[in-house]
Design a protein around this ligand. Sequence first.
Ligand SMILES: [Zn+2]
Length: 302
Amino acid sequence: MPELPEVHTTTVGIKLMTKGLTVTDVWTDYGGAIHNGKLNIKDKNFFTKFKQATVGKKIINTGRRGKNILINLDGGVTILIHMKMTGHVLYGKYKKVGNSWVANQPGALQDPFNGFIHLVFNLSNQKQLVLSDVRKFAKVTFFDEHNKNAIELELLGPEPLEKDFTWQTLGDRLETKPRGKIKTVLMDQSVIAGIGNIYSDEILFESEIHPESVVKKLDIKDYKNITKAMKTILTKSIKLGGDSLSDYRNIAGERGGFQNHHKAYRQTNLPCPKKNCSGIILRKIIGGRSSHYCSVHQKLKV
Ligand SMILES: [Zn+2]
């Protein structure tokens, strides 16, 4: 699933390419009876409202909150896209063939991997902003002052890359889940926004903390180490364009580079890459998610 660096990369791309353009039409083939009544475009009636709220509006800005892309339109309407497991937003020239959309320009958008188009925004420059999503788990909705369709945003914890996010902030947030395992708590979006499976593994590897350590057993030194590792690793991944080990692609359909820099995530049975450490990387399911960590230098505190 795209995490903070991937969503950031996509957000910056959308902002660069679409600012000032107008949404001229919206198309989707998301749907199905199981989604009826939901406050997202997979519900047919909701999609009608979504179209009314967005078509004819100009894109003013694009931002991010946690793993959510937020596209601001004039008139106070915001489109929210959560890419979930396999979604990625793409931008370029597309054409409709039968009841599906295909890229109509050479390059990475033609990659079959980018071809699972389930949502299309037609834009006033005759190009399209689309969502490719092979497993169709993505969530798309809108909100404005009258329509509170995105209350989940209000439940998100603070942003780890904000300047005012310090080790004290981390400590205050972790202490809301004192009995939790650190890996699970770091991925809890209400504690800190934007971190998932890949970056929690990498952050704990760097911080020398075992993922099953209990939050209340951590000390100030651990808070400082986690905060430093979090900022360093997330920033490094943003510079590399995010992580494309799985489905993530940037809006041009191209891979990021962070998957070539993993020290723990999916490195099972490889020697620990930390200098002078004799450990190997182990894999264990923690809180329902696979976790990767060094058998020697990541200390278990319980
Ligand atoms: Zn090690």
